[in-house]
Write a protein that binds this ligand. Structure first.
Ligand code: HEM
Length: 466
């Protein structure tokens, strides 16, 4: 293959190479057959991060019979995602996801996807989201009240992940569906937990379609998918009963289904897709950002000082930096439908492509002080870093909810931070379909009196820091 270079980095910085090698633009990662597929099963984040150590633009992994390429340079990512017509969501993970979500906006292709995007897009325009700030504010005030009522808030701390998950689900249901999830919120959280915890094993199993087998883990997975579908059915019934079918996305879909423009299966797929894609990612991002601020007193003080004078700039930059260090959609995957020129190498048709946003956004080639929490870098991002920043994806399949998520996080975090000083330890990152905190995320809250502290930097590895 042209441009191929199988050199790896010297094992120790003490070993000086006799001459300086040009950067290896394409590397075939070494390992026993199937090694990388196994590692994808056990430690996918480390697999993707270690590939970045080659300093290459594209790294080929051994995934058994299917050629698999990991794209580390913004140029290679751009070539794959921006034209977008030589790739599709045809990996095993994507097929498994389609069996969870059904044929909705996230999982369909071509004309079917275009029609879905066109139908949903108007509800994400700023005019359509005019009532959103009031709704998010109301849910954020309720969150703060619940936290204040919890005696743990000044002691061991409240669980930020649980609080933000509940808030984000309520916001999606309220803004996009015009209903309150009520007790179904707990059903959604439990089912999602089950799907996410088993997903990697099902996806990397040697047997494709293991989720359809009569095995205990597969049964639990299918039961969780069925529970989600039952919630969707109840939400639709509740929305029909709530009043005229106008003014929100769920109403649009129900009207289209009643008119025969959408099947019942499509309606369910759209609702469950938005329900899950629209809340878990945002909850993860808010949680990591709050934990980062809770462990960086000077950055916290800067955010609070901004909020005191009505400037959300420092908060927006802290959220952007949280998304850089812990991107909730941490890896995107595609399959090639035709040969695709990635720059240093051409991927054949039928290859898998991985775009590890989490590794690209910490690659020292594009980021100074890559592992440190430095929100100020977003005041003046240089072009190389800008190209390497993609928490909401790239190209035609870019996230439809980017502005929704940013607006929600701004209001919810501002509500918490205006009122409290926070102390937290950044949790370990747990990779599944999304990158989420491992376990509960205790955050200690004290009514604001003495924000401040010494500026300091610490490296945010993928493990807990103190
Ligand atoms: C911080 C929060 C969020 C992050 C980091 C995020 C990230 C992403 C990324 C990276 C993609 C592209 C996936 C790919 O190309 O494979 C995506 C797609 C998508 N996101 Fe988000 N997202 C967030 C919030 C939201 C919200 C709030 C909603 C809806 C309310 C949403 C709905 C969707 C949908 C439906 C897609 C599929 C779009 C399509 O294929 O046309 N996301 N998201």
């Amino acid at each position: 293959m042209d441009g191929m270079n199988s050199l790896t980095l010297p094992a120790s910085p003490l070993v000086q190479p006799a001459y300086v090698l040009p950067p290896a633009r394409f590397v075939r990662a070494k390992g026993w057959p199937w090694t990388h597929l196994l590692r994808m099963r056990n430690d996918p984040l480390a697999l993707m991060r270690d590939g970045a150590k080659h300093g290459a633009d594209v790294v080929q992994l051994d995934f058994g019979f299917t050629p698999a390429f990991v794209l580390y340079s913004p140029d290679a990512v751009h070539r794959a995602l921006v034209p977008g017509d030589a790739v599709w969501k045809g990996t095993r993970g994507a097929k498994l996801m389609r069996r969870v979500l059904g044929p909705g906006l996230l999982t369909t292709e071509g004309v079917a996807w275009k029609a879905r995007r066109k139908r949903a897009q108007p509800r994400f325009r700023s005019e359509a989201l005019k009532s959103m700030p009031g709704i998010v504010q109301r849910h954020s005030d309720q969150l703060v009240e619940r936290w204040l009522a919890d005696p743990a808030h000044a002691g061991v701390g409240v669980d930020a992940m649980a609080g933000f998950s509940r808030l984000a689900l309520a916001v999606v249901c309220d803004v996009l569906f015009g209903v309150d999830p009520g007790e179904d919120a707990a059903v959604v959280h439990q089912a999602l937990e089950q799907v996410l915890s088993g997903f990697l094993r099902l996806m990397t199993s040697p047997i494709e379609g293991l989720d359809q087998w009569p095995l205990p883990a597969s049964r639990r997975h299918r039961a969780a998918v069925a529970a989600l579908d039952a919630v969707v059915a109840r939400l639709i019934v509740r929305r029909r009963a709530a009043g005229p079918l106008e003014g929100d996305l769920l109403a649009d879909w129900i009207v289209a289904a009643d008119a025969g423009e959408m099947s019942v299966e499509d309606l369910h797929a759209e609702v469950v897709t938005m329900l899950l894609a629209g809340h878990e990612t945002t909850a993860n991002a808010m949680t990591f950002t709050l934990a980062l601020l809770g462990s960086h007193p000077a950055e916290l003080a800067a955010v609070q000082a901004g909020l005191d004078v009505g400037d959300t700039g420092p908060l927006d930059r802290a959220f952007a930096e949280g998304l850089r260090l812990y991107p909730p959609a941490w890896v995107m995957a595609r399959a090639t439908s035709e040969p695709l020129d990635l720059g240093p190498v051409t991927a054949p048709a039928g290859a898998f492509l991985f775009i590890p946003i989490a590794a690209i956004q910490r690659d020292p080639r594009w980021w100074r002080d890559a592992d440190a929490f430095v929100p100020g870098r977003f005041l003046d991002l240089d072009p190389a870093s800008k190209a390497a920043y993609m928490p909401f994806g790239l190209g035609p399949r870019k996230c439809i909810g980017e502005h929704f998520a940013r607006a929600e996080a701004r209001i919810a975090l501002a509500t918490v931070l205006r009122q409290f000083d926070v102390q937290a330890v950044v949790p370990a990152a747990n990779p599944s379909i999304t990158l989420r905190p491992l376990g509960a995320v205790p955050v200690r809250l004290t009514p604001r009196a003495s924000a401040g502290g010494q500026p300091g930097r610490c490296a945010h590895k993928w493990a807990p820091t103190s």
